[in-house]
Write a protein that binds this ligand. Sequence first.
Ligand code: PMP
Length: 749
Amino acid sequence: MKDILLKHFGIETIEIKKLVGYENVNYMVKTHAAKYVFKTYNFDEQLFDLVKAESNVLAHLVQQAKQLFPKPIKCLDGEFVNVIDINGQKTIIRLLTFLEGQFFAEAKQTHLLFSSFGKFLANMDLRFLNLKNYTIQSRQFKWDLQYAHLNKQLVNEIEDPGNRKIVEYFLLQYDEQVRSKIAKLRKSIIHNDPNDCNVLVNHGEVSGIIDFGDLVYSPLINELAVGITYAIMGKNDPVSWAQIIVRSYHKILPLQTMEVDLLYYLIAARLCITVCNSAYHKKLNPENKYISISEKPAWDLLHQWLMINPIYLKNQFREACNLSVDVKDKIESKIETRHQFIDPIVSLSYRNPIYMQRAAFQYMYDGYGNTFLDAYNNIPHVGHSHPKVVEAGQRQMAILNTNTRYVYDLLNEYAERLLDHFPPGLNKVYFVNSGSAASDLAIRLARHHTRRQSIMVMEHGYHGHTNSAIEISDYKFNNKNGPGQKAFILKVPIPDTYRGTYSNEFAGQNYAVEAIELMKEFGDPMAAFISEPVVGCGGQVPLAPGYLTHLYPAVRAQGGVCISDEVQTGFGRLGQHFWGFEKQEVIPDIVIVGKPMGNGHPMGAVVTTQEIANSFGHGVEFFSSFGGNPVSCAIGLAVLDVLEEEGLQQNALDVGDHYMSLMNDLKKDFNSIDDIRGSGLFLGFEIIDEDGKQNTQLAARIKNELRNRHILIGTDGPYDNVLKSKPPLCFSKRDAEKVVENIYEILKG
Ligand code: PMP
């Protein structure tokens, strides 16, 4: 090396040291007079041009401000970059002055440092603004945020599916929120990698920057996005730190509102690029620690980022720039408008209703900048806006959306995948668009098959909002404003081991015997018996063990069929079982499914036996305009894929058990918490008063105070005193702890 340096640059080296680098090999070189960085790269034609371009840009920068940037040193032949042979390898070489300083990452993290960083970046970017370099302008580079999508091919290198989905989510948001705006953004050459190991600090302030290997011609705002990304990693309050940088940058190089508004997505995208490349290079080159230096803090920040409402961040940044913030109309005025068109019979949750704007996984974001932890909504089963599900819908919508009167593969594929989750006897499926439509159809199937009219239903049961669903839903027909019970309906007592007549190990059997008696007394034989495995509107009451095992045979013996409503309980929510009926060790004749099936896309289905399908086949044609359409099937398949890939049924079990045990601990401190029930992530917590009576008011207080603390849960049960929690299945143990900690504070309070 010493000989090379003497031969090509005419310098006498007294010391040489190899430095850590990302892909190329660098050396620190000392002479009697100065220090340099000697850079070597394996020859590549494109790289050669780029390195030359980089040197020209640096020479331009250095002309204006000597100390801030490394100065390129010309070879003796007058060029900044040369190609030579080193040990038989054609090698690009160049020499730069060495900048003294401490790395930003190692410097004391102070307000002054961050403010100087913003100022430094802005001053550097001002120097870049009118610079042209066609080599750099034509560069397509995966580390350039405008080409963030190039990293999609690396996403599968991320091994943990729970992490992978976050990257997929933010890359999808980038596509949706940023890409269409790129053409409108001002562009410039930018450094593009002002990370905390490239930025140098002297006397507590940023004094220089090195490594111009990532220079690109890109939207100017990307410079700031990259700088912020690395500076705020590992911080408890990343937003406040980021604000300091934005504020000082803006003072020198004023930002436009549109640029500031994109920072949330740009910072997230940069984190995605970092973790994708770490995952990729880690596999290629497991020894190089420098490659994955920012991996762990980047993951931490990505997880933190999900908890930040994008509107909040946008306004924090706008404030930092003295730009007017985005203030939404008060919710009262929005509700007033709503009530002009939507009758209040369509109710709103909470005393303080929520104006919802966006959601991601277990988080929901309102229009005023708040982030809610969703411990309540079971429809976004695999998580709100799950990228796999969203993309499946988007993709298929652009290809074909039609109806079951045509043959298409997605219907066959989805039907087969769905039926794979059922016992072999349940092998026919009819697709509809809601749980109500599924209930309605299930009753039609049962009546067709049995040629009977009467239906046995469960006390407090709920099966939907259509006429026939209301007829079989005690929760609706028995409501004080409800239509009352029809003559062909037999209602049987809820087999509740907590508040009901029976509570011992024979409770299920005893309740079944009672129901069988009622069935006999009723006279008219049943077409069907329908129930949920855990009665949601009853207050999350699981059927007493053994209940269905004793009841189903009796229903069948008198010629009826047995229907399980799995709209709430299905698709792994209960943890131990994929379907609620499995917990009762029975196989129904008809199963209805809905809600979680499409993760929010309206889907429902009825699954039944060949025999019942044969009977129904003799009736009028069955056709649903939307049921089983290709878009729904694609979405349904994606939901099943995600469930498997992310092990969400197991997560429901693990987190649900943890959640229950935390609540059981809490119960020891508060007499107002009584029965803790349910399984997996389908839980109910009974709230009572001193006399052990249902405490509706306290339950409502807890629910509403949790809402004010940005945690969503519901209440249910005939006295509305059961706290109901049935979150997306990606809910974590930490999330459960957060809910329980807050219930503790409310009750203590
Ligand atoms: N069955 C059960 C058990 C339900 O909880 C619901 C909805 N809450 C339905 C059926 C009706 O489903 P949908 O609202 O999709 O019509």
